[in-house]
Design a binder for this molecule. Structure first.
Ligand code: 5GP
Ligand code: MN
Length: 340
């Protein structure tokens, strides 16, 4: 995936101890945090000094990962984040295909003349780095991080902390190895991570069995009271307003996975979760099955993007207006949704 010149440049950059800033995308998920912390442990093993920066807070259920306490939250503490970027010889971007995905951190990045490397699997990447290790067919950025380490001949250096972080990234982005993006290679990578100390059962329990009971009540409420199925469009949606989220003591990450519920209904190929944010913006998660391209849908209509079968976007309109617009769009896409 890298040409000879790029490969040599990476080797050279990694050969001498340097200051590295790792930046993940806004509202980071398991893949963003797992690949970032996995690469941090790997680069530290090579002797580099590494700062990991997240544009904003990430969910509690990812905070068991080794190294999690060292992550700088730019929203909470912008100064150390800006300093780490200003000092960096190398900036490594993980799990993002556009600088837009890092929000206001972009300003500090633009001022820096550090070498920029990106490892990512989102389609339609923009060119913002000197070196891009990119494959839109890869299951996850964490899988690509493993490939990157192994390209450098270092897979034998993978230790338990690296392995657990990368395992968590692959597991979360593949829906526990069930999405269409999961390949034989994904399983080969996971097998090798387990040989190098990944504790699969423990990671699944940390991620899946870590609920506050009120979170399960929120999920139950959302499915029972708020899920609407539109069989004629093979579509299901869930909406959650701020007052509903408050009622269930909503914390970052509590609605993770909820968008997969409507799409688990027989015959449904498209699902959307609309959540009202504190500032009134409506955040939308899209999922699809087979050929319905939610990346294009989110880009075209909701100022977002992502992958063919998993994407996100936003709307500045009210919840009711947003749903009205969405329902009108469903009529437009009716034939595609019916798979005709
Ligand atoms: P989620 O629904 O889990 O928030 O996001 C699903 C996928 O869509 C993720 O791969 C994420 O990176 C991508 N995504 C979510 N929101 C946005 C957005 O606003 N812009 C872009 N380009 N991608 C997004
Ligand atoms: Mn990812």
């Amino acid at each position: 995936m890298l040409n000879e010149k790029e490969y040599l440049k990476v080797r050279e950059a990694f050969a001498t101890p340097s200051k590295v800033a790792i930046i993940m995308h806004k509202s980071p998920d398991g893949d963003a945090v797992g690949s970032s912390l996995g690469m941090k442990h790997y680069l530290e093993k090579l002797g580099h000094t590494v700062s990991v920066i997240s544009p904003n807070p990430y969910p509690e259920f990812l905070k068991w990962m080794p190294g999690t306490r060292s992550v700088i939250d730019f929203e909470k503490t912008p100064t150390p984040a800006n300093q780490a970027i200003a000092k960096a010889d190398l900036i490594l971007f993980l799990d993002l295909n556009s600088l837009k995905r890092i929000g206001d951190l972009e300003k500090a990045v633009k001022k820096s003349d550090a070498l920029r490397i990106v490892i990512d699997h989102h389609p339609l990447p923009e060119k913002f780095a000197d070196i891009a290790f990119h494959d839109a067919a890869a299951s996850s950025t964490a899988e690509l991080a493993y490939d990157f380490i192994s390209m450098l001949g270092d897979s034998k250096r993978i230790h338990k902390d690296i392995a657990n972080c990368l395992y968590a990234g692959i597991m979360t982005d593949t829906g526990s190895f069930r999405f269409a993006s999961t390949t034989p290679h994904t399983h080969d990578v996971v097998a090798d991570l387990m040989r190098h100390g990944a504790e699969a059962n423990k990671v699944h329990r940390f991620i899946d069995d870590n609920n506050r009971d009120i979170r399960l009540r929120l999920l139950g409420y959302a499915v029972f009271e708020k899920m609407k199925i539109f069989p004629e469009f093979a579509t299901g949606i869930i909406t959650l307003t701020q007052s509903e989220l408050k009622r269930f003591d909503y914390k970052e990450g509590d609605t993770e996975g909820l968008v997969n519920e409507p799409i688990s209904v027989k015959g449904i190929v498209f699902s959307a979760l609309f959540t009202e944010q504190k500032d009134g913006e409506i955040k939308i998660s899209f999922r699809s099955k087979d050929k319905f391209d939610v990346n294009q849908f989110a880009r075209k209509h909701f100022n977002g993007g992502g992958h063919m079968n998993a994407a996100g976007g936003r709307s500045d309109w009210s919840m009711d207006e947003t749903i009205l617009q969405f329902l009108q769009l469903l009529s437009q896409y009716k034939t595609e949704l019916q798979g005709k």
